[in-house]
Design a protein around this ligand. Structure first.
Ligand SMILES: NC(=O)c1ccc[n+]([C@@H]2O[C@H](COP(=O)([O-])OP(=O)(O)OC[C@H]3O[C@@H](n4cnc5c(N)ncnc54)[C@H](OP(=O)(O)O)[C@@H]3O)[C@@H](O)[C@H]2O)c1
Length: 300
């Protein structure tokens, strides 16, 4: 049986990777610091403790997915362990890209890209520091990590995702809509319903991880959904999934989802598609997150 290890495995990406690979015949070991429901069999280890990392990865695997590589130092710690790994995938983010004015998605000013963004788009300058938890440092540290990985010559695929949705998300994109629908609201007052974004279903990430496992290589790949939903369209998808009906009212003082811009940043996924990636649409994938949020609300 092929074996995959996911570092940071009980989050939104790890859950989706396990859900995708296990029915396809993989053993998937999820690594986190704390076992929690529904993951009683988690491998408990701190990704940033070199001995613990060696203990979980040192035995080798067919596939390693790292959701916790944020800096050049994190990448460097991983490299010696990849010699016995068939394919490695490291999560990165669209936040690395800069537009013509030098803005990125975490800038104070909105980004403006005239075209879908390919992997060749300029990025912020790399920073070898460890300031990855700040708005400013996140992308610079990610770029440095990517460079260490790709310069190694090892078969590491870097996946640049947009905002990821799915079960286990720390900041669910559908949260406000699910709460309103479960509350039975007949009217949804929504700020800027036409604002849109190109989001990334964790299930689409998992599909691409599977393709990379079958074709290991050193590369960067954008990963995102098949469509770019507006806030109104996303609200409609949530309502439809929950069998709810409401009237959406354009109200600048209404609910303000944490995503959506007048001019959305679109990721070009042609490189991933050349590997066979066939992303699903937002409305086809958001149900996983909705069901998880609804179950959590019910258990409260
Ligand atoms: N989520 C997004 O919207 C998004 C967008 C673009 C890119 N990304 C990239 O995706 C990756 C994050 O994946 P995710 O969103 O799935 O993460 P996540 O939902 O935040 O989950 C993080 C996971 O890592 C575990 N963890 C945290 N610190 C750990 C440590 N020191 N050692 C071992 N496990 C640890 C957590 O469980 P415990 O706390 O129990 O350890 C949890 O299972 C990052 O590389 C990020 O840059 C995410």
């Amino acid at each position: 049986m092929r074996r995959a290890i996911v570092l940071g495995g009980t989050g939104v990406v790890g859950r989706a990777v396990a859900a995708w690979l296990r029915p396809r015949g993989w053993r998937v070991d999820l690594v986190a610091r704390t076992p929690r429901e529904p993951f009683p069999d988690v491998l408990v280890a701190d990704r940033y403790d070199p001995a613990a990392l060696r203990a979980v990865v040192g035995g080798g695997a067919d596939l390693l997915v790292d959701c916790l590589c944020y800096t050049a130092a994190h990448a460097s710690a991983l490299l010696p362990l990849l010699t016995d790994v068939g394919a490695a995938v490291v999560l990165s983010a669209r936040a690395v890209y800069v537009d013509d004015a030098g803005h990125h998605v975490n800038s104070d000013e909105p980004v403006s890209f005239a075209h879908p963004v390919t992997e060749q788009q300029p990025t912020v300058a790399a920073s070898g520091g460890d300031d990855f938890q700040s708005r400013c440092g996140y992308a610079a540290c990610k770029v440095a990590a990517e460079q260490v990985l790709l310069d190694s010559g090892l078969p590491v695929s870097v996946l640049r995702a947009s905002k990821i949705h799915g079960a286990g998300s720390a900041r669910p994109v559908s949260e406000v809509f699910v709460a309103r629908a479960l509350a039975g609201n007949a009217v949804l007052r929504l700020a800027h319903p036409g604002y849109a974004d190109h989001l990334t279903a964790a299930a689409n990430v998992a599909q691409l991880v599977d393709l990379v496992a079958a074709a290991p290589g050193a590369r960067i790949l954008n990963v995102a959904d098949a469509d770019v939903p507006s806030r109104a369209a996303a609200a409609g998808a949530v309502a439809a999934h929950l069998g709810h009906h409401w009237k959406v009212r354009d109200d600048p003082g209404g609910d303000q989802p944490s995503w959506g811009q007048p001019r959305p940043m679109v990721l070009d996924t042609a490189a991933a598609r050349r590997l066979g990636f066939r992303p699903q649409r937002f409305a086809r994938t958001i149900g996983t997150e909705i069901d998880w949020l609804a179950a959590a609300a019910r258990s409260r």
